[in-house]
Design a protein around this ligand. Structure first.
Ligand code: ATP
Ligand code: ZN
Ligand code: MG
Length: 504
């Protein structure tokens, strides 16, 4: 990496006769101040190449390497010169003009297509060497690490061009015995025919009538009574709206902004401001959308995508007492909304779904044990209560997928297990795609990002997404819709089917 910055220091007074003094300060800084950050035993840092004095200004060219960013070097120099010139001569530095800032970096690959990134101009490549112009960045943007993030983004984009189409990591851990399938129909289609479910009032949503509602609620009870309560999880109730800053921290804003349902608030609640809108609705019986746009705010939050971000938010900057570790909570009240668009199918891939999300925070040992206990309880449920044909696979942690798939920071203790079920209506068990009906993850990053600490040890966290529509889809696809065909333990939880609603 190479940074080359040409800038102009603008002084509050005449420095014509202070050139020697300033030059001496800069030479001294090059020996020490501009080398801070360079690992011991290594050469490097920033140095000042050209200096051109003007009566009230100094033009500088600063060249540096990966250890010291040229702009950091310039800010250090500014501080140093201001302090000394102020003390000696009562001269200050009024500001810095950036004349040009060229950054060079090596990428892992040569790009296949042109790469563009905002806040830069002229991104050029010579094989793997990338050169870009960052001259338009403001001082504040430089101080806020924009340059590092631009470099990271360029590397990400080049890598993505090469990884496009490569299969995700997927390693089988365990699979159940083959089970007898009751039928090979798509349960969504059959439930619709029987009037158990109704396509929702908007895209990708469903209205669950009593028969289907009872099945989803039975799944929820099984998960709570057979998995979460025995392991000591406590229930919380969270907000369904998630502000952008929380999702910036979790990575969702860069990973899945195209799947989020955004929320707008009314700009005002004053009825008179809405009068024209109401007039229009009363007379035209339709919504004047252009007028509505003027009456609502730009979104600053979205509807829950997964419950864990707000649970992490609730613990931001907190220290968890040892007696509360591992911290085990779950939310089951807030539905998740995801714009699945072309991927929608039946009740298994919907835009609004119901999930229980247990979240756990603890030391690595605690969470490693917990993962085992969770898998044990889940296995009991899928084998003994639902009697599913299912399997577990180690996959990329979801935050790698949900944060653009480029965050390479994961350590070996982190990871995600997907639980998948065979869907006979999709065809042969070897050839067809199985349904991910839940997952289980452990991460190191969220406790750091949200600054969640313990009294002593480093904390890890994790979550498991129990999708009720997915549990139901897996179960019904294998066991059919006739209670007489359902496994006994499930029937005990479910009880008698509801009478249902007879519509003529
Ligand atoms: P997929 O790869 O199927 O899109 P995902 O990786 O996006 O799933 P996660 O964010 O890991 O899913 O969510 C965990 C759980 O939430 C899933 O295992 C599933 O039970 C449920 N889930 C996710 N998306 C949907 C959806 N669109 N409809 C119903 N359930 C869903
Ligand atoms: Zn989660
Ligand atoms: Mg998804």
């Amino acid at each position: 990496m190479k940074f080359e910055l040409v800038c102009l220091f603008k002084f509050s007074g005449d420095v014509d006769d202070k050139q020697d003094y300033i030059t001496k300060l800069i030479k001294a800084a090059e020996e020490d101040l501009l080398k801070r950050g360079v690992p011991k035993d290594l050469e490097g840092g920033a140095s000042v190449k050209d200096m051109i004095f003007h009566p009230h200004a100094l033009e500088l060219k600063v060249v540096s390497d990966r250890y010291v960013r040229a702009h950091d070097a310039v800010f250090r120099l500014k501080k140093n010169l201001s302090r000394n010139l102020g003390k000696e001569y009562h001269i200050g530095i009024r500001g810095i003009d950036i004349i040009s800032y060229i950054v060079e970096l090596q990428c892992e690959f040569k790009p296949i297509e042109p790469v563009t990134v905002p806040f830069t101009e002229d991104i050029e490549f010579e094989e793997r060497l990338c050169r870009f112009n960052a001259s338009k960045l403001t001082q504040e943007q430089m101080e806020n690490n924009y340059v590092d993030r631009i470099i990271k983004r360029i590397q990400e984009k080049v890598n993505a061009q090469h990884y496009k189409g490569k299969a995700e990591q997927w390693n089988l851990i365990w699979s159940s015995q083959e089970k007898r399938m009751v039928w090979d129909k798509d349960p969504t289609v059959e439930m619709e025919k029987r009037g158990w479910i109704l396509k929702g009032p908007t895209k990708g949503k469903w209205f669950y009538k009593p028969q289907a509602a009872k099945i989803l609620n039975t799944m929820e009870r099984i998960a709570i009574e057979e998995v979460l309560q025995p392991l000591g999880f406590q229930e919380v109730i969270q907000s369904m709206m998630v502000p952008f800053d929380v999702w910036i921290d979790t990575g969702h804003m860069e990973g899945v902004p195209n799947e989020i349902y955004y929320v707008s608030e009314p700009l005002t609640r004053t009825p008179s401001e809405w009068e024209g809108f109401v007039d229009h609705v009363k007379i035209a019986r339709e919504i004047p959308v252009a007028l509505l746009k003027e009456l609502i705010s730009e979104p600053r939050s979205g509807i829950c995508y997964a419950q864990c971000p707000v649970i992490y938010w609730s613990l931001r900057n907190q220290t968890i007492a040892d007696e509360s570790l591992p911290l085990l909570v779950y939310d089951r009240t807030v539905p998740s909304a995801r714009y699945e668009s072309g991927g929608r199918h039946g009740i298994e891939r919907v835009d609004e779904f119901h999930r229980i999300e247990p979240v756990y925070i603890g030391t690595l040992e605690q969470l490693t044990d917990l993962r085992e206990s969770l898998i044990q309880r889940y296995t009991y449920v899928f084998e003994e209560v639902l009697e599913l044909e299912w399997r577990m696979a180690q996959v990329e942690p979801f935050y790698l997928q949900q944060s653009g798939g480029t965050d390479k920071g994961a350590d070996e203790n982190e990871g995600t297990i997907d639980f998948e079920a065979y869907l006979p209506y999709r065809g042969d068990r070897k050839e067809s795609e199985w349904l991910e009906f839940q997952n289980l993850s452990i991460f190191g990053k969220y406790t750091k990002v949200f600054n969640i600490k313990s009294q002593a040890k480093e904390l890890y966290s994790g979550c498991s997404g129990i999708g009720l529509e997915r549990w139901a889809s897996a179960f019904l696809a294998q066991k059919g819709l006739e209670p007489g065909d359902w496994p006994e333990r499930f029937r005990e939880f479910h009880g008698d089917p509801p009478k249902g609603l007879k519509l003529l």
